[in-house]
Ligand binder design. Structure first.
Ligand code: NAP
Length: 521
């Protein structure tokens, strides 16, 4: 397996009329490999293939789709160190982080295999006919069906777990939807290698080639054309707020508007309750600094806001956090453009009269972390202080009491996470804050740090706008499949004509609800 920069259209490869180059994260220097710029014709061809593949792929028995998904991790594994070395050069992320991310990527593919084999995702619900009722009730059978071709946009900060074979792709393929990935221009070599692994799995299982295509490109026009194509039924996106909103706008302006599941922007408030802060400010400060510096702060779950009651314990926390940050090794950011955006955002905070910089080092070419402090009244008076900074920057807000903490939380936009640090003496106050946190965020944590998202059935990586464009869903965990499914009810359909999932004999041996009760197996 190698990289040649082609457009990977189903099973075939196309050269591009124009090309672009990736940039080495550490130096900003263009890398030698040329990558094709996919154009409108390529979007058209990929969508035609995906549409052709949709019905057959969507109708596969779940264990067959699981067997296909199960092959992708093996193929990714076979890419070996070439994958890690390519991603390291393109993103500047360290080896250990990328190896961990690869583990997460293959782990989430396998999680969806298990979910398919269990069959619960189809949510089969049967209400047998009641001819004696007045009026008589017909036989009603409901199941989930795939939406059709899905467009996926990866993020620069997760070249594996939120990219070509990332969470959105895994969830859409598991749901039975063909996928077209708009390749991220910051890691085109990584995207191509992973696509080649997926293509082997498609071929090995004799699937239609349109199940997966990869369109490399560095211009917004490409993604815009893909989202606008009438054959695309849904969009999965992770990235910036501006990018996500642009795609939402394109999808809603279509003659047939489309759902866009965009995971965009979050500052992840962390509340240090008085009991926990008074007793454990040192440990809290060190834990906070480690979470903030993870991956140079380039995580959508980065703790960008710390909220606590003013006093000696908070002063000590801030001092200790600054000291821990000063000891953390500066890190290369994903690209020079992202580093410049980070530096500009930190400079904007410096210019805010209400914020005081308590720590900040900016070694040339790297990110060393920044910490600011403000008061609740200054924060509530200046919207600029609530802006997301992509990178290791956080703001500590000192409040006069619990009521002011609640006011600060109530002012925040939707979040991916909201965290409380507490001990037993804090529980009564925490009980009052929890409903606010649950209305604010997709995930509420106690005594943990928001970075590090478990890939599991109960996980929610989503939240009210602008954390996501649709707060009813998640982009991590098995529930993510539901974004690419819709419910269909079959009424009075003879058994011979019903899909296998709904037939009386239950040939797929699915868990089903019949007249409100689990069907005996
Ligand atoms: P991004 O710039 O939004 O890009 C994500 C994907 O969407 C790319 O494939 C990009 O490709 C495409 N795209 C972006 N804007 C588009 C538009 N207007 N129309 C059509 N396609 C569009 O996200 P990112 O690369 O992950 O991060 C870059 C910046 O976003 C960073 O500077 C960071 O400050 C900010 N950000 C990222 C995250 C995150 O979790 N990833 C969170 C917060 C903020 P093209 O550019 O080729 O069109």
């Amino acid at each position: 397996v190698g990289i040649n920069g082609a457009i990977l259209m189903g099973a075939s490869e196309r050269p591009g009329a124009a090309s672009f180059q990736a940039v080495e994260a550490a130096t900003g220097a263009p890398m030698p490999q040329l990558y094709a710029e996919a154009l409108a014709d390529d979007v058209d061809a990929a969508c035609a293939l995906a549409e052709e593949a949709a019905a057959g792929f969507g109708a596969l028995p779940p264990p067959e789709r699981a067997a296909f998904l199960d092959t992708i991790p093996d193929q990714i594994g076979d890419l070996g160190d070439l994958l890690i070395a390519t991603a390291m050069a393109e993103t500047g992320l360290p080896r250990a982080r990328l190896e961990g991310e690869r583990g997460r990527t293959v782990g989430q593919l396998r999680m969806f295999c298990d979910e398919l084999r269990r069959g619960r995702y189809l949510d089969v619900t049967i209400e047998p006919a009641l001819p004696e009722h007045t009026p008589p009730r017909p036989d009603l059978r409901r199941m989930a069906v795939p939406l059709g071709p899905v467009a996926v946009f990866g993020a620069s900060n997760f070249p594996l777990a939120f990219s070509a074979a990332g969470g959105d792709t895994a969830a859409a393929l598991a749901a039975g939807c063909p996928v077209i990935v708009k390749g991220h221009p910051a890691h085109p070599g990584t995207g191509e290698l992973v696509t080649r692994a997926i293509r082997v799995a498609v071929e090995r299982h004799g699937l239609h080639e349109g199940v997966f295509s990869y369109l490399p490109g560095s211009r917004h026009e490409l993604g815009a054309a893909l989202v606008a194509d009438r054959r695309i039924r849904a969009v999965g996106f992770t990235g910036s707020r501006a990018g996500g909103l642009a795609l939402v706008e394109i999808a809603s302006a279509r003659a047939e508007p489309n759902p866009v599941f965009a995971e965009m922007s979050s500052i992840n408030p962390v509340v240090l309750m008085p009991g926990a802060l008074g007793r454990g400010w040192g440990q809290l400060a060190r834990g906070f600094a480690a979470s903030l510096m993870l991956g140079a702060g380039q995580f959508c779950t980065n703790p960008g806001l710390v909220i606590a009651i003013e006093g000696e314990a908070l002063d000590a926390f801030v001092q200790e956090a600054a000291s821990a940050l000063s000891m953390a090794a500066p890190q290369v950011m994903l690209s020079p453009a992202i580093r410049q955006a980070y530096e500009a955002a930190v400079a904007a905070l410096d210019a805010c009269a209400g914020a005081l910089r308590v720590y900040g080092s900016a070694p040339a070419g790297a990110c060393g972390g920044s910490l600011f402090r403000t008061t609740a009244s200054a924060f509530l008076a200046d919207e600029a202080l609530a802006k997301e900074v992509f990178g290791a920057c956080s703001l500590v807000i000192g409040c006069s009491g619990m009521a002011e903490i609640a006011r600060v939380l109530e002012r925040l936009e939707g979040q991916l996470t909201a965290t409380l640090h507490l001990e037993s003496a804090d529980e009564a106050d925490a009980a009052a804050l929890l409903p606010i946190l649950a209305s604010l965020a997709g995930r509420v944590l106690v005594n943990g740090w928001p970075t590090g998202v478990e890939v599991s059935a109960a996980m929610v990586h989503g939240g009210p706008f602008p954390a996501t464009s649709d707060g009813r869903s998640t982009s991590v965990g098995t529930l993510a499949m539901q974004r690419f499914l819709r419910a269909v009810c079959y009424q009075g359909v003879p058994d011979a004509l019903l899909p296998a999932a709904l037939k009386r004999a239950n040939p797929w041996r699915l868990p089903r609800l019949v007249a409100g009760n689990p069907e005996p197996s």
